[in-house]
Design a protein around this ligand. Structure first.
Ligand code: PMP
Length: 425
């Protein structure tokens, strides 16, 4: 081949492409990133050295993990770990291809069958993450001429699905079903032929509240719309035997599509969608994220199968999770904290301004508790919060330590006042 000629350019003198100006601006000394980092308050991408359910070691420091989505506490359960190891022994480490081509193992089919049966639906399709599940499903099911009706607080991957879908999207105010009705009415009048899909988180990931499933089902049926629930924080957490948000209301058979993730209760990585056979089979053949990306590795699938066994045979874990959630909500409220209207093991603790939230996060870590600092745009401005979440394996002593740490740090920052009152801050 022809060798390039001319002098070798000096990399240092090469002009920087302007497309990267935004990256340079990210490091503006007056910007939040530099200021927060220099103050030693940057709370993200922190490395965990020991990860044993409710116990985590970070920077050599023992902490109680109160910020994970490991709801059933199964990530280090010996049975689950053994199942993952056995799968590696039998199938190797990866599938090196998409489900469509060389990436389907008998294990994938077994899991799809098990999940369809568990969720009381005809069929199930796996994806390699929950994010890809929602994005792929929306792109596949909602096409040109269709309209997606989406709750404004839906997870980012639903937003991504709306963006790749050729359907039009309207976003209704969070949980505001009168607002949703207005949009459904308008679409039915102006474009009676349009296919309609309502999509909502079953459990909202920041507030820990449930979607209004009975009212959504009624609206969907009134307007001939399909209803899709993202049950990432619901399957393995709420409902009969952990069957998710529709199951809380006994409405599984009135919901058209339910998606879930394996990165939370199922201790793994991956996602799934369940629904009618024809729809799921169509999704299998048309969802880009399913066809053009490699399938879940064998260890990940075996992990989910082992967790599903435990979920089905040890329902007391769900009872314990519920008990813990109630205990923590009551505990935070008794101390004077605002936990919004949480109904699940996701319990937000409102702090307020972003910098205060970062300081709170740091002081809490120093007190031996890890939880997640959540700032705008994930939450409204001035409502930065510590997102706490619990697992069935938290001990009573650990939970009390978490409450004590929040009390100590909350008093210090004036978020609460002595005597269980909200603070002046
Ligand atoms: N939906 C919701 C509501 C979520 O909170 C998440 C993960 N944070 C996802 C989907 C994506 O799941 P995964 O981690 O499997 O990509």
């Amino acid at each position: 081949g022809q060798q390039p000629t001319g002098p070798t350019p000096d990399p240092a003198s090469r002009p920087k492409a302007s497309v990267f100006d935004k990256a340079t601006r990210f490091f503006d000394p007056e910007g939040d990133y530099v200021k927060v980092t220099e103050a030693g308050l940057y709370p993200y991408f922190r490395a965990i050295e020991v990860n044993e359910g409710s116990r985590a070691v970070m920077d050599g420091r023992e902490t109680i993990m109160a910020g994970s989505n490991n709801y059933l506490g199964l990530t280090s359960d010996p049975r689950v770990v053994q199942a993952a190891k056995d799968a590696v022994d039998r199938y190797g480490t990866g599938c090196t291809g998409s489900r469509f081509l060389n990436g389907t193992l008998d294990l994938h089919l077994e899991l799809e069958e098990r999940l369809a049966a568990f969720m009381r639906k005809e069929a199930c399709v796996l994806f390699s993450t929950g994010y890809m599940t929602n994005q792929g499903l929306l792109q596949s099911v909602a096409q040109r001429g269709d309209v997606i009706f989406s709750d404004k607080d839906n997870h980012a991957c639903i937003l991504a699905g709306q963006q790749v879908s050729a359907a039009e999207t309207v976003r209704y105010r969070h949980n505001d079903l009168d607002h949703l009705r207005t949009f459904l009415q308008r679409t039915s009048e102006e474009r009676p032929e349009a296919g309609k899909l309502i999509v909502t988180d079953g459990v909202f990931s920041m507030s820990g509240t449930l979607a209004k499933v009975p009212e959504l089902v009624a609206l969907a049926e009134e307007f001939g719309a399909a209803l899709m629930l993202d049950d990432a924080h619901a399957v393995g957490v709420v409902g009969d035997g952990g069957r998710g948000s529709a199951s809380v209301f006994g409405l599984e058979d009135r919901v058209d599509l339910t998606t879930g993730t394996f990165s939370k209760s199922f201790s793994s990585l991956g996602g799934f969608a369940v629904g009618d056979e024809t729809v799921i089979e169509y999704v299998r053949h048309t969802a880009s994220t399913h066809i053009f990306s490699a399938s879940m590795p064998p260890s990940a699938v075996a992990t989910v199968l082992a967790c599903l066994d435990i979920l089905e045979t040890e329902p007391e874990r769900l009872d314990r999770l519920q008990e813990i959630s109630d205990f923590m909500r009551d505990g935070f409220r008794a101390l004077g904290f605002d936990v919004w209207a949480s109904q699940t093991p996701i319990i937000p603790v409102v702090i307020g301004e972003m910098y205060r939230c970062f300081e709170f996060w740091k002081d809490l870590l120093d007190a031996g508790v890890f939880a997640n600092a959540v700032i705008p745009p994930a939450v409204p401005k001035g409502q930065s919060l510590m997102r706490t979440s619990y697992m069935a394996t938290h001990t009573d002593a650990e939970l009390q330590t978490v409450l004590d740490a929040f009390e100590q740090v909350g008093l210090k920052h004036g978020i609460i006042a002595p005597g269980g009152k909200p603070g002046p801050a």
